[in-house]
Design a protein around this ligand. Sequence first.
Ligand code: NAP
Ligand code: MG
Length: 406
Amino acid sequence: MDKTRISMTSPIVEMDGDEMTRVIWKWIKDILITPYVDLKTEYYDLGLKNRDLTDDQITVESAEATKRLKVAVKCATITPNAARVEEYGLKQMWKSPNGTIRAILDGTVFRTPIIVKGIEPYVPSWNKPITIARHAYGDIYKNTESKVKKGSKAELVITDPDGNEKRLLIHDFKDSDGIVQGVHNIDSSIASFARSCFNFALERKETIWFAAKDTISKTYDHRFKDLFAEIFENEYKNKFSDAGIEYFYTLIDDAVARVIRSEGGFIWACKNYDGDVMSDMLATAYGSLGLMTSVLVSPDGAYEYEAAHGTVTRHYYSYLEGKKESTNPIATIFAWTGALNKRGELDGNSELCQFAKDLERASIVTMEEGVMDKNLSLLSKLENKKIVYSEEFLTEIKSRLDKIRS
Ligand code: NAP
Ligand code: MG
């Protein structure tokens, strides 16, 4: 057996997680990966118990390892709230692991749907995926805001390093009570966002758009536009023309119109708020959380792959009661194939890349032949559907993988 398994020259970072996805994680490895690949990973257990045990140091270490090894695969993890603190008897309400990892890698999250015949998007022309990237720093997410009483005056005051003050009138509330808010962003974060976006476009060989509202916000949004343009011009223009892809800026209104009329197959980079709203719109329009992949890309080219969905808590508790659950493993499988393919690319390991492609193909063929979980079957237009439990889903994929690889 071992002789025929694909070997890896360097490891990937493996971040284990929680609940139903932790159960599926092991099944995916046992059924679909280790029989074919002599898997090398640096294992970090980000399960909530171990995060608590290590005072969340394990999360920091896994992110540092990702910086070093450049490729990671992550299982969904619980972000604790008050109920989880009680359920797990936690020392404290640990921060979201995804937030911690993103901050350390200074990365951007890209979400891409998996396209399957029979699961039609709500927009019929979208026959290719649209990837959305959200800048995850600043703007209204780090705002300062206040109610204002009639008769007050609101000003923007900037104190420079020498103590000089610049005052700009926001509004004179002569006639009515009102509201005011202050927002900011920083050049270094915008630049990291731009670089992650351009790297990812090169990675997927897809054109990328960035959209904002610079016609109205002539300094703030314009700064985003200018930084994107400058970085593209100086660092990426030639690489893009070699790859046969484009970058362009457009007004957010125009971007929305173009997205709806498009056939997909591009990357859409958004400011924080636009990305928050539009990523939910795209996820819903493509149909299923179980088919949404996610990758965190750092500006210096580290990649962390995961499913966009959470730990599927309801299924887990039902599984613990001994009931069989129908959880879709596809997005988690694609996190593994994304990471293995990237490792293969970086190491010049074409066998590993081919395996990743074969496993993706087998997963898609399985669903296109009507084998799927319950939630997906509700969306599928196929006539003959076979609803399977999670583990069965994996063995169905395995039988098709063996056919493809024989
Ligand atoms: P969720 O785990 O994504 O599940 C929400 C619901 O969506 C499920 O109950 C299920 O619906 C359906 N669903 C999601 N993934 C599915 C799959 N693979 N197959 C079939 N159905 C699927 O979101 P949540 O319930 O809001 O969060 C649960 C936990 O996950 C929380 O502790 C949260 O902190 C964590 N979370 C982690 C991440 C991450 O690590 N990136 C992301 C989001 C949430 P039905 O119950 O109707 O079958
Ligand atoms: Mg949102």
